[in-house]
Write a protein that binds this ligand. Sequence first.
Ligand SMILES: C[S@@+](CC[C@H](N)C(=O)[O-])C[C@H]1O[C@@H](n2cnc3c(N)ncnc32)[C@H](O)[C@@H]1O
Length: 231
Amino acid sequence: MGTDAGGTRSPSDHWDGRYRDTGSARVSWFTPDMSTSVGLLHRAGTSPTTSVVDVGGGTSVLVDRLVAEGTADVTVVDVSGVALDEARRRLAARAPDNRVVWVHADVLDWTPGRTWDLWHDRAVFHFLTQPDDVARYVDLAARCVAVGGHLVVGTFSEDGPPTCSGLPVSRYSTAALASVFARAFDLVHAADEDHLTPSGTFQHFSWVLLRRRPDEGRPATVSGGTSPGEE
Ligand SMILES: C[S@@+](CC[C@H](N)C(=O)[O-])C[C@H]1O[C@@H](n2cnc3c(N)ncnc32)[C@H](O)[C@@H]1O
């Protein structure tokens, strides 16, 4: 993939370049343990039978944590092949028998033919700044999360940085984030996070844990997990 007609780098090239040039442990979003995500997944009641998709997972270690906890059905989607290759190699060294499915795709062009019990997105949704793209993402999440399943989304908060990785972002309060997905999801829990970047600055995040509401006529298909500690 190269440049588009206007000479702009493609998303794939942009993100491949970020991982290649900066290194996965130096990028601003790096976190060694994904502790906020892991806490929210546990709050959602995930178990080894919960199917999980990490959208824009990049080189994050969430997949390692899930595999270590025995989660059998894990999918990682990302537009950067460089990031996916690094994550795949790292995990293969730690857990050679893992059955993680790696999908190299732009989430807005992705048409998975299945549902998951849990959809996780850390710092990806906020790159969608056009209303049509936001609507497309919400529709996709509504189609792909099983009824009774969960959506965990973290974005820069209203007082977070206006850009990330040189790209503009949309910033959300937890209430605004929940309302974007309210057509199909109910709020279970909201949280704030101060993320410490590798360069020593803080980025304020808004997080929501949402549950897929039943549609009329759509049967519950979630395969595992309950929602302990709902607020
Ligand atoms: C800020 S990073 C966050 C990575 C990871 N979620 C984490 O917490 O470490 C954003 C990630 O989303 C990916 N990404 C950006 N836009 C995307 C899109 N439209 N479709 C799929 N992946 C995308 C990038 O390649 C990158 O890995």
